[in-house]
Design a protein around this ligand. Structure first.
Ligand code: PMP
Length: 403
């Protein structure tokens, strides 16, 4: 008998499984709107020009292949948190933000969840928005947290359920619960709180002593501006919250496979920061020892060169703009050209990489089988997968599916 004969087959990953089904489809009209990776106007993966230039500079400097320290490339991490918190952030200037490089956003979440599981001095209960990025649930569960939900999305309005959110955080979540917040471009819904609503959420977290744990995987992608997209993070910090923050450079620098990210915690002062930093090392060392160097060198070259930084910001804005443009076009084709039944305004009002179309599971299955159009079963589409060559075909398929 094999040692592994009792291992049950697990289900495919709900997002990466869509790519597998797409790859197996031989129809030339097929479209993959499953995974959240940016595509250019020709539907091709996009390597930013600023990244190409930074990589050439890194290669030209012929760096050695020595290990990075446990918490990674120190200058990269310093520049990454400056991008998130802003150069004039009080805890940044005071030197009281503990930070480490991470294996992209996922690794940042995992380090953060593990750190809180070990050192957060209250119950290990985390509230995640309903719905949230699917991987949040096992990341926190596997780190030892009890995972609960707070109201976020209202299917009736295809918008934010702000009353439900407030009720859950004000009355249902016990004091000191950890609350996961998508800093911008909420995945999967594309629905974000307004600045005024963020201020209310900050007040509620203060009043109820909730711990704000930010996941910022799309800084720059929502509005095209890295500082506008950091509004919530910077507001909470300016209000005195000791936040946790996960950053990813997968989307905004297109460094997906390079796995570049950062995890940080606001602490009281440099002495406390030093203690927290020492414990981050103790968490990371047995997990993967130290992070890969190449992507962090690329990101740091961009973040530390004024010219490349300016070029990068223009490119982030360009990616965000192309997505906003596709939202406009899709809305127009669905409503004006095809007279598709229903209200489609949310396609334009949602922001970031994704749109929650409101399509039902059966409709997504039919779209894959009949039209070779692939999306996740919750009706989420990656707007970046649309371009002028496939948007009409896609809109016709959706229109057909709901008629
Ligand atoms: N958080 C959210 C909300 C995401 O959408 C993603 C990427 N899909 C991540 C974190 C992490 O991605 P990565 O590990 O590639 O940086």
């Amino acid at each position: 008998l094999s040692t592994w004969s009792t291992v049950p087959a697990g289900p495919p990953d709900p997002i990466l499984g869509v790519t597998e089904a797409f790859k197996a489809d031989k129809d030339p009209r097929k479209i993959n709107l499953g995974v959240g990776a940016y595509r250019d106007g020709q539907g091709k993966p996009y390597v930013l020009t600023s990244v190409q230039k930074a990589e050439a500079l890194v290669d030209g400097s012929k760096p050695d292949k020595e290990y990075l320290p446990i918490t990674g490339h120190a200058e990269f991490t310093k520049n990454a948190i400056k991008l998130a918190y802003g150069a004039d952030s009080a805890p940044l200037k005071a030197g009281s933000i503990a930070a480490t490089q991470s294996i992209s956003g996922t690794g940042a979440l995992r380090i953060g969840a593990a750190f809180l599981a070990r050192h957060y001095p209250h119950a290990k209960v985390v509230y995640l928005p309903d719905p949230t990025w699917g991987n949040h649930i096992p990341i926190f569960r596997d780190s030892g947290f009890e995972v609960r939900k707070y109201a976020y999305y209202n299917p009736a309005t295809i918008g934010l359920n702000f009353e439900g959110l407030k009720a859950d955080l004000l009355t249902n979540a016990p004091e000191h619960s950890v609350v996961l917040l998508h800093a911008c471009a909420h995945n999967p819904t594309g629905v974000d709180p307004t600045p005024e609503q963020w201020k209310e959420i900050s007040d509620i977290c203060k009043q109820r002593k909730l711990f704000p744990f930010f996941d910022m995987a799309y800084q720059g992608f929502a509005s095209g501006s890295t500082s506008r997209d950091a509004f919530a993070v910077r507001h909470f910090v300016s209000e005195g919250h000791q936040i946790a923050l996960c950053q990813s450079f997968a989307k905004n620098m297109g460094l997906y496979g390079e796995r570049v990210g950062a995890f940080s915690l606001v602490t009281a002062d440099p002495e406390e920061k030093a203690r927290v930093d020492s414990q981050l090392k103790i968490i990371i060392r047995p997990m993967y020892s130290n992070p890969p160097a190449h992507g962090a060198r690329i990101a740091n070259t961009i973040l530390s060169s004024p010219e490349l930084y300016a070029e990068w910001e223009t490119e982030v804005e360009g990616m965000a703009k192309r997505i906003i443009d596709m939202r406009e076009k899709l809305y127009n084709v669905l409503t004006n050209d095809l007279k598709t039944p229903g209200e489609w305004g949310h396609i334009k009002s949602q922001i970031g990489m994704f749109s929650f179309t409101g399509l039902k599971k059966e409709q997504t299955v039919a779209l894959a089988q009949k039209a070779h159009v692939y999306m996740t079963a919750d009706g989420r589409i990656s707007m970046a997968g649309l371009n002028s060559n496939n948007i009409n075909y896609f809109a016709e398929a959706v229109s057909g599916a709901v008629k």
